[in-house]
Design a protein around this ligand. Structure first.
Ligand code: ASP
Length: 451
């Protein structure tokens, strides 16, 4: 059976004609690349904002771009962008610009208007790219969500994909042509355009991959893959060739922003590997995310989460008080604050959270904790950074924790927190923010480079 690949190209991969030509070459390079999901054009040298942001700016009367860009300017930027694409790619315009101009003056109101406008970047880009591929000799089928039944529901500015969409998308399995589908938006049962959350073209790609039973989901952007550590801090760090879904989740939740998380769910369920690739360097293999991999190395990557705070509570016997932790976490819940790690002992507990979540809340939080739990003391430690070491190999070798502790000790970096993940494939070390970069460099050297 022929392998079927779904490729999603992000905003930077389709920002101008040069990039779109690269997309075409990538598609021509493998007959298996049968499904193509495209984003709206991203920012480029001339246009400092993404097309989607200009569109939302129109919908919000300039509020989206903080009144720094007038609605009129956004309209010009959008028309200019698509006019440029049509001209540079030498595709027939077929009334496309007139139709876009009309769409920008939509009479829809409220959220329906915002969703409709926000979707236009992907909508028109897909039309242009499909025309360009066809013109380049690739048999192409334009698959608009409204015509193929990519049905969504819920909040029309952050919609969820309905199950029926999978059945509808399955009909594309029969297509002999390359299917080009705009990402990010769908239609409701009532026929309204609704958008997924921002970055939602990744989701469209994941849903399509699942529905057509793809053998691979390629996610093309302008990064080479998932790096072992942040390359801005450690420039010699490499791209991780293979990662499990579980590992990427652990790395992503700790500051690795690779792509839309929810896009992974269906791929994981359908056992479809995701390949993160760079449109500007198609010769490099990128990162492959799979359900399983051979655990050859202990630590594959280290993520760093900056600007965290630590609430430290002391109360005699709290370890023996049933429901203490539940009451405490409920208080954070009431303030909509996400908490991360909770190291606990007999008489004390600490809760880790984002420092920014405490702004405007700390006094109320303190009073609530004092009222409900009467702690003996409550201390807030600011400016903590959490380094998370991740790798499935650690399941069989937890001695790397000792190596990490030793390296930090040797370099006089104090450990503020240490937490071993329950799956034993990660551990987390909190250090003071001022030592975070140094600690990352050291741990990278000891745990990743010298393995
Ligand atoms: N264009 C949309 C955004 O900028 C969706 C996407 O690119 O994935 O969020």
């Amino acid at each position: 059976m022929r392998r079927k690949i779904v490729c999603k190209f992000g905003g930077s991969s389709v920002e101008n004609a040069t990039q779109i030509e690269k997309v075409k070459n990538i598609i021509q390079d493998s007959k298996n690349r049968k499904y193509v999901v495209v984003s709206a054009p991203g920012r480029d040298e001339k246009h400092r904002q993404k097309i989607t942001d200009h569109l939302v700016n129109i919908a919000t009367e300039g509020a989206h771009l903080h009144k720094l860009v007038e609605v009129k300017e956004s309209k010009i930027a959008i028309l200019d962008k698509f006019k440029g694409l049509i001209k540079d790619l030498h595709v027939k315009s077929d009334g496309l610009l007139e139709s876009l101009e009309k769409d920008l003056e939509t009479k829809l109101e409220g959220d329906k208007r915002t969703a409709f406008l926000a979707s236009r970047g992907e909508h028109y880009n897909a039309k242009i790219i499909a025309a360009y591929l066809e013109k380049s000799g690739i048999a192409t089928q334009l698959c608009l969500p409204e015509s193929i039944g990519f049905q969504v529901s819920g909040d029309i500015l952050g919609a969820k994909v309905d199950l029926v969409s999978h059945a509808n998308l399955q009909t594309l399995k029969e297509s002999e042509s390359v299917c080009v589908m705009p990402g990010f938006y769908g239609v409701t049962q009532e026929g309204d355009i609704a958008v997924l959350s921002r970055g939602g073209s990744d989701l469209t790609g994941g849903e399509l991959a699942y529905a057509v039973g793809a053998s691979l989901y390629e996610n093309w952007s302008d990064i080479d893959g998932v790096y072992e550590v942040d390359p801005r801090i450690v420039p010699n760090s490499d791209v991780i060739p293979r990662l499990t879904f579980k590992e990427i989740r652990l790395l992503s939740s700790k500051g690795f922003n690779v792509f839309h998380f929810d896009a992974m769910n269906n791929c994981r369920r359908g056992n479809i590997p995701i390949n993160i690739r760079n449109t500007n360097r198609p010769s490099s293999d990128g990162t492959l995310i799979l359900n399983e991999r051979v655990p050859e190395e202990d630590v594959v990557g280290i993520a760093k989460l900056d600007n965290m705070a630590y609430i430290y509570i002391e109360k005699e016997g709290l370890g023996e008080t049933i429901g203490f932790t539940e009451t405490l976490l409920n208080i954070f819940n009431q303030y909509g604050i996400n908490t991360y790690h909770y190291p606990t002992d007999k008489d004390d507990i600490a809760v880790l959270l984002k420092k920014e979540d405490l702004a405007g809340n700390i006094n109320n939080l303190r009073s609530a904790i004092e009222d409900k739990l009467s702690p003996d003391s409550l201390e807030v430690v600011y400016d903590i950074s959490i380094l998370s070491m991740v790798g499935i190999g650690m399941k069989y070798n937890s001695s790397v924790i000792a190596d990490a502790v030793w390296a930090l000790k040797e370099n006089h970096i104090d450990i503020e927190m240490l937490d071993h993940g329950p799956a034993k494939i990660s551990f987390h070390i909190g250090v003071s923010q001022q030592h975070a970069n140094k600690a990352l460099e050291l741990l990278y050297e000891i745990l990743v480079l010298k393995r």
